[in-house]
Design a protein around this ligand. Structure first.
Ligand SMILES: Nc1ccn([C@@H]2O[C@H](COP(=O)(O)OP(=O)(O)OP(=O)(O)O)[C@@H](O)[C@H]2O)c(=O)n1
Ligand SMILES: C[C@](O)(CO)[C@H](O)COP(=O)(O)O
Length: 229
């Protein structure tokens, strides 16, 4: 089977608290974004990468594409002020019906075996997301007092990649834009209209690099991977 991937990389990384986009920060001498892109470069089911970038990063990212010989990048488009807008701009680059994966540039540790499972599930059901069961106890809190402890057995932390039949996710993004609806992931836009989204269980290493301590975990994972090579 085959798929195309849209990678939103147009954030500014406010929670990382650095001057530059966190995706350009190095882990083991390679920018976070390059670690992510290499996963898709290596996967022979992946036919093209659409990269959504911030205007100010264009030159640096173009240079990285050359330096690391990233050959699958079909388009580099500028994103919007919200992740959702960036993804929609990326999706609009795809011309014909296909399975599309949407994957955060900030998740450089997704394993290839999950990509293929997601493609197969999306082909069957329409949508598929990678996720892990929550590890913490989750409580509903109002005004600093606990209102309820939620049954953890039904809760999952949702990651990316998220895989979709292109026409379904395009339609969901179009409707969300018309309604002024902003979701925290792409699958939620499909769920609004009863679209089927199946969960593929992944692993906890596929975390999103968000705050400074995440760089410590990221370096530790890379060192362990190198030790296993
Ligand atoms: N307007 C935006 C915002 C985010 N993203 C991308 O979406 C992914 C997940 O977003 P997040 O981790 O929230 O990144 P930032 O928005 O950069 O971080 P912050 O919220 O801390 O500013 C990242 O790969 C980020 O580059 C994007 O393409 N366009
Ligand atoms: C899409 C996402 O990766 C799902 O976990 C996530 O929502 C991205 O952004 P956030 O701002 O950290 O919620």
């Amino acid at each position: 089977m085959e798929y195309h991937v849209v990678i939103p990389a147009a954030g500014t990384g406010k929670r990382m608290g650095m001057e530059k986009n966190k995706l350009l920060v190095h882990i083991d001498e390679i920018p976070v974004l390059v670690h992510t892109l290499k996963i898709f470069e290596k996967d022979n089911w992946c036919k093209s990468i659409t990269l959504v970038i911030h205007k100010q990063d264009r030159k640096e990212i173009r240079d990285l594409v050359e330096q690391f010989q990233l050959r699958k990048i079909a388009a580099m488009v500028e994103g919007g002020s919200e992740r959702q807008q960036s993804v929609y701009k990326g999706l609009q680059q795809l011309q014909s019906e296909c399975i599309v994966l949407i994957h955060d540039g900030a998740r450089p540790f997704v394993k290839q075996k999950y990509l293929h499972q997601l493609v197969e599930k999306a082909n069957h059901y329409g949508g598929a997301v990678l996720a892990v069961p929550v590890k913490d106890t989750i409580k509903k809190v109002g005004n600093r007092f606990v209102e309820e402890t939620i049954d953890r057995s039904i809760l999952w932390s949702i990651q990316t990649p998220q895989a979709f039949q292109l026409h379904l996710i395009m339609n969901a993004h179009k409707k969300a834009e018309e309604d002024g609806y902003i979701g925290t992931d792409d699958a939620s836009l499909l769920e609004r209209f009863g679209g089927k989204v199946v969960v593929v269980e992944g692993d906890y290493e596929n975390f999103k690099i968000t705050t400074p301590e995440d760089l410590i975990f990221a370096n530790a994972i890379i060192q362990r991977q190198k030790g296993n090579e």
